[in-house]
Ligand binder design. Sequence first.
Ligand code: ZN
Length: 64
Amino acid sequence: MRCPRCLSVMVFQKFYGPHEHFWGWRCIYCGEILDQTIMENRNDPKRLTRVHEHLLSKARLSSL
Ligand SMILES: [Zn+2]
């Protein structure tokens, strides 16, 4: 599993919320948290475009 924000490694772990606990992915680098619900909510074209633009800018930076 790769973080959509920084492409670092994500770990699967248990989170404790105010009312319940759930399992999800947490990025070890930037702290991004994903679970099944969040991932489904992000399946929209606008979000994908933004992630794509982020990857492009990152690629440009690394080629300097
Ligand atoms: Zn990250």
